[in-house]
Design a protein around this ligand. Structure first.
Ligand code: HMG
Ligand code: MG
Length: 283
C-alpha cells in the first residue's frame, strides 16, 4: 500500500506575510478557496500578530470571515500571545500555532522576547486553547542556523521542541527559517529532537534559499517524518530573516513525493492553479 505524506499548506500565511504590497482580501480569500478544493487537510491562512510588525497579515480576520470553509479542512492561525489568541478565536480559526525559536537572536528579532520569555508567553495561550478544545501546533525556528547568531546546537532545538510538546502541542514544526540547512545538519538536528519527541509529532518546514529543501525533506522522510510545510508557488520568507527565500514550493514537493512513491492526496491540477494565483500576488 502507498504510504501517505501530508503537505501542510502555509502559502497564505508564510508565503504572503513578507510581500510588501498590500494584497486585497478578495485575492487572499480566492487563494484559500482554491487551496480548499485541492485536498489539503490543513491550511495556514492567518496570523494574529502586531500589524506594526507584519502589516500584510493585518487582514487575517477578514480573510477568515471571507473564505468558504470546506468540511474537514482545518484553517490555522499564528498566535504569539493571548491578544493574538483571542483575536484568532473571535475570527473562528480552527487551530492555532505558537512559534518559538532555537536561537536567542532570532527570538528577539522576531517576537521581541528571549526564548524563555517566549515560552512563558506561549504557556497561557496553549492552556486557553486546550481548555476550549482548540488544537495547538508549535513551531521552532532556526533549527539549524540563525540569521543573526549562525549555527544552532541540536540539543538547544530539542529543548524548545520538548517545551512545546509539554505545553500540549500536538505537532511541532521544525523550521529551517533561512533555508541554508544541509542534509547533514538536518540529520544531526533530527537525531537530537527524536530523542525527545517521536517523528509522528513532528513536521519539517524547509525554506529553500540554498536549493536544499527537497534534500532536507528526504533525510527527514528517512527519519520517519510524514508531514511537511510548503507554500504554493514557493512564495515567502520571514520579514525577520533577512535574505531568506520562500518555503519549498508545494507543487515541487508534491511532485518529488510522488516520485518517491508517497501519496499526498492532492489534486495537482488545482494545486497548479493555486500556484499560479500565488505567483500573480507577488509584488
Ligand atoms: P511587542 O512590541 O513586544 O508587544 O511585540 P507588546 O505586548 O509590548 O505590544 C506592543 C504593541 O503591539 C501594542 O500596541 C499591542 O497591543 C500590540 P500599541 O499599544 O503599541 O498600539 N500587540 C498586538 N497587536 C495585534 N496582535 C497581537 C499583538 N500583540 C501585541 N497579537 C509581538 C511582540 C509578538 C506582538 C511582535 O513581536 C510580533 O507581532 N511579532 C510577529 C513577528 C512575525 O509575525 N513573524 C513572522 C511569523 S514567524 C515565521 O515566519 C517563522 C515560521 O514560518 C517558521 C520558520 O520558518 O522558521 C513560523
Ligand atoms: Mg517559515
Amino acid at each position: 500500500m502507498t504510504e501517505t505524506v501530508e503537505i501542510f499548506e502555509v502559502g497564505p500565511r508564510d508565503g504572503l506575510q513578507n510581500e510588501p504590497r498590500d494584497i486585497a482580501v478578495a485575492d487572499k480569500v480566492a487563494l484559500v478557496d482554491c487551496l480548499s478544493r485541492a485536498g489539503f487537510r490543513r491550511i495556514e491562512c492567518a496570523s494574529f500578530v502586531s500589524p506594526k510588525w507584519v502589516p500584510q497579515m493585518a487582514s487575517s480576520a477578514e480573510v477568515l470571515a471571507g473564505i468558504r470553509r470546506e468540511r474537514g479542512v482545518s484553517y490555522a492561525a499564528l498566535t504569539p500571545n493571548m491578544k493574538g489568541f483571542e483575536a484568532a478565536m473571535a475570527a473562528k480559526a480552527d487551530e492555532v500555532a505558537i512559534f518559538g525559536s532555537a536561537s536567542e537572536g532570532f527570538s528577539r528579532a522576531n517576537i521581541n522576547a528571549s526564548i524563555d520569555e517566549s515560552l512563558n508567553r506561549f504557556r497561557p495561550v496553549a492552556e486557553a486553547a486546550l481548555a476550549r478544545g482548540v488544537k495547538v501546533r508549535g513551531y521552532v525556528s532556526c533549527v539549524v542556523e540563525c540569521p543573526y547568531y549562525g549555527k544552532v546546537a541540536p540539543d538547544g532545538v530539542a529543548r524548545v521542541v520538548a517545551a512545546l510538546r509539554d505545553m500540549g502541542c500536538y505537532e511541532v514544526s521544525l523550521g529551517d527559517t533561512i533555508g541554508r540547512g544541509t542534509p547533514e545538519a538536518v540529520e544531526a538536528m533530527l537525531a537530537a529532537v527524536l530523542d525527545e519527541v517521536p517523528a509522528a509529532q513532528l513536521a519539517g518546514h524547509f525554506h529553500d534559499t540554498a536549493g536544499r529543501a527537497l534534500d532536507n525533506v528526504e533525510v527527514s522522510l528517512v527519519r520517519g517524518l510524514r508531514v511537511f510545510d510548503a507554500a504554493v508557488g514557493g512564495l515567502g520568507g520571514c520579514p525577520y530573516a533577512p535574505g531568506a527565500a520562500g518555503n519549498v514550493a508545494t507543487e515541487v514537493l508534491a511532485a518529488r513525493l510522488a516520485d518517491l512513491g508517497y501519496d499526498t492526496g492532492l489534486d495537482m491540477g488545482i494545486v497548479q492553479e493555486a500556484a499560479q494565483m500565488a505567483r500573480a500576488m507577488r509584488g
